[in-house]
Design a protein around this ligand. Structure first.
Ligand code: ZN
Length: 317
């Protein structure tokens, strides 16, 4: 493990204190601590913190185990307790900021799409549609529904491939060149303006410095898409679809509680940002549509929740 230099400790503490300066409560504990109490080990990390101190960066360092806490001889805190105290402080500070929710709907246009379009319009909330190129050509009605999405300023349209991998994901991802060509066909056919994609059957995030992969078999295709300028987004919470009935699996309360918990305990990929995955065909029935309305109503009761487009992801504090 690299050595801790006094300079590093001072830099880190001064960063914490600069955060405290405008935040009187959460970090105030740190203002009374001495240099020995909290330390960061890696000098390179210190430079990052020094140049761009943010709650999100602090949280990230803490989560990655990049901070080391020494014994606190003054308050008799163990390193574990000191870490917990900093963790609680960051959460308190983050909770003073907005929480950003991204309602994302995959696989449209499908039968549910027109209803979703009407619901978000009535509620005045932003949504993101990850579209399947082939579906827009399956019927005149679906093509009209696709156009409704494109014409609606509350709907941002993104790329979910042309063929949806024919639902044979392993075969699709085993040929990255063909996979990229499939996404490019979708982009051209639908006239999509932003190079933003979600991979069929894979929860992969690949943008800026972020790289999170659920199944390794999609990574080569994802990397090649990134080389071709695409930003790839997965999801934090899925409102699952029942394969037999086509209706949502979890109740509205279950999804709502999960969203609140994940935002509250900062367990989303980036704190204060939550991407919810749904599928257009979950909302073809009246029951499904009512559930979507109920969920949006519940979320809208939080003054600190804001609905965003994936193109604006993420908001960092
Ligand atoms: Zn899909």
């Amino acid at each position: 493990m690299p050595k801790i230099s006094p300079f590093s400790i001072v830099v880190y503490l001064s960063c914490v204190l600069s955060v405290c300066a405008c935040q009187p409560t959460g970090f105030s504990v740190a203002a009374h601590e001495t240099e020995e109490e909290i330390a960061i080990v890696e000098a390179e990390e210190i430079e990052v913190v020094k140049d761009s101190i943010s709650l999100t960066a602090l949280w990230d360092s803490l989560q990655r185990g990049q901070m080391v806490f020494a014994v606190d001889s003054v308050d008799r805190l163990s390193p574990k307790e000191a870490k917990q105290r900093l963790r609680d402080s960051i959460i308190t500070e983050l909770n003073k900021h907005k929480k950003h929710i991204y309602l994302t709907f995959d696989d449209g246009p499908l039968i549910g799409s027109a209803y979703i379009d009407s619901i978000v319009t009535a509620k005045g909330v932003k949504m993101s549609a990850f579209l399947v190129g082939k579906h827009a050509q399956m019927s005149k009605k679906l093509n009209r529904d696709f156009q409704r999405y494109m014409d609606n300023p509350l709907v941002a349209c993104y790329n979910h491939s042309y063929s949806h991998a024919g639902n044979r994901f392993d075969a699709f991802y085993s040929n990255p060149d063909l996979a990229v060509a499939d996404f490019e066909k979708c982009e051209q056919d639908l006239g999509l303006s932003e190079k933003i994609a979600r991979l069929p059957g894979r929860n992969i995030w690949l943008f800026d410095e972020v790289r999170r992969v659920d199944l390794a078999s999609g990574t080569q295709a994802a990397d090649l898409l990134a080389v071709n300028g695409f930003r790839i987004y997965g999801w934090d919470v899925e409102w699952r679809i029942n394969g037999l009935t086509g209706e949502p699996v979890q109740t509205v309360d279950e999804v709502y509680t999960r969203i609140n918990n994940r935002l509250g305990n900062k367990s989303t990929l980036i704190p204060n940002n939550l991407v919810l995955l749904m599928h257009d065909d979950m909302f073809q029935s009246h029951r499904g549509q009512q559930q979507l309305i109920e969920l949006i109503d519940l979320l809208q009761r939080h003054d600190d929740y804001a609905f965003e487009f994936i193109g604006d992801y993420p908001f960092r504090y």
